[in-house]
Design a protein around this ligand. Structure first.
Ligand SMILES: Nc1ncnc2c1ncn2[C@@H]1O[C@H](COP(=O)(O)OP(=O)(O)OP(=O)(O)O)[C@@H](O)[C@H]1O
Ligand SMILES: [Mg+2]
Length: 273
């Protein structure tokens, strides 16, 4: 009986490539289907329930990363440039997504232990948005969405924690991308009044779920309406947004955009010169 060798014909390689990239994008869908029947943890749930949810969330992307990187290592010599680029981009997007989840988990632990400390320094908001854009762009462009920044007034220099506020922006923009329709814009707009600046992130998605806005900012809260549209996530992003903004003595809020979609905003004080 002969040993079965792997089929390394160009057709087979193309098919495996497509499936690995598909897996990279679709791994979460499978995990989502598995989770559909899994109750979400709430703030009062055991650490074990929370760990189980997080593990479910991570399993899909990690499996996709293992498969894609293994395929690349094995078949690099016979893959063409376009196939390699496609797989590397998919790996990069998965890695970025996992990085965001890890940052949120670490931040949530810090908040829960009451250890959130700000490192305030002079902060240029527009520069922060530019830095954030480069982080989230691969995920946003994957859905063929465009990120538009609008700032009509001169912005003051803030005295704030840039790393933490960057995390606020990442969470709001990734929500806008996740819930927004493909091929639609995501708007980030900045406005100032006498002593406050407001940053608003608007999308073209289903708009706010029917429950009270406050609930959305609770740790691990995810709208039941999502049970049917199956978006990924553990429900930490907005609670972190709120904690970080409040640590800056700021405010958060959300409403619906005229013409459809949700708008989430945060507002920070500054001392006028
Ligand atoms: N842009 C939006 N449009 C509609 N609903 C939203 C939007 N952003 C958040 N929500 C609702 O608020 C819930 C909580 O959001 P949050 O960012 O905390 O969690 P998540 O995105 O589900 O998971 P995670 O941020 O941990 O990946 C979401 O599950 C969703 O129900
Ligand atoms: Mg989120």
């Amino acid at each position: 009986m002969g040993v079965k060798t792997a089929d390394r014909s160009p057709e087979s390689t193309r098919a495996r490539c497509a499936s690995a990239v598909g897996l990279a994008e679709g791994g979460r869908n499978r995990a989502r289907r598995t989770r559909a029947a899994t109750a979400r943890p709430t703030r009062g749930d055991s650490d074990l329930a929370i760990l189980a949810t997080v593990a479910h969330e991570i399993r899909g992307p990690v499996t996709a990363l293992t498969t894609s990187s293994g395929l690349l290592a094995e078949d690099l010599a016979i893959l063409d440039g376009e196939q390699v680029r496609g797989m590397l981009s998919a790996i990069h997007r998965r890695a970025l997504w996992l990085q965001g989840l890890v940052e949120n988990l670490l931040c949530a632990a810090t908040i829960r232990e009451g250890r959130l400390r700000l490192h305030r320094e002079p902060l240029d908001l527009l520069q922060l948005i530019a830095d954030t854009r480069s982080l989230v762009e691969p995920l946003v462009t994957q859905k063929r969405q465009t990120l538009r920044v609008r700032c009509r007034e001169e912005m003051p220099t803030l005295h704030a924690d840039g790393r933490r506020l960057g995390q606020v922006l990442v969470n709001l923009i990734l929500n806008a991308s996740k819930f927004g329709e493909p091929k639609t814009p995501i708007d980030v707009s900045l406005a100032r009044s006498r002593d406050t600046v407001r940053v608003t992130v608007s999308d073209r998605g289903p708009g706010l779920p029917p429950e009270s806005t406050e609930r959305l900012f609770e740790p691990f809260y995810r709208s039941a309406a999502l049970g049917t549209c199956g978006k990924d996530g553990v429900g930490l992003g907005l609670s972190i947004v709120k904690s970080i903004v409040q640590a800056h003595d700021g405010r958060v809020g959300a409403d619906n955009r005229k013409g459809g979609g949700a708008r989430f905003w945060f507002e920070l004080n500054f001392t006028p010169l």
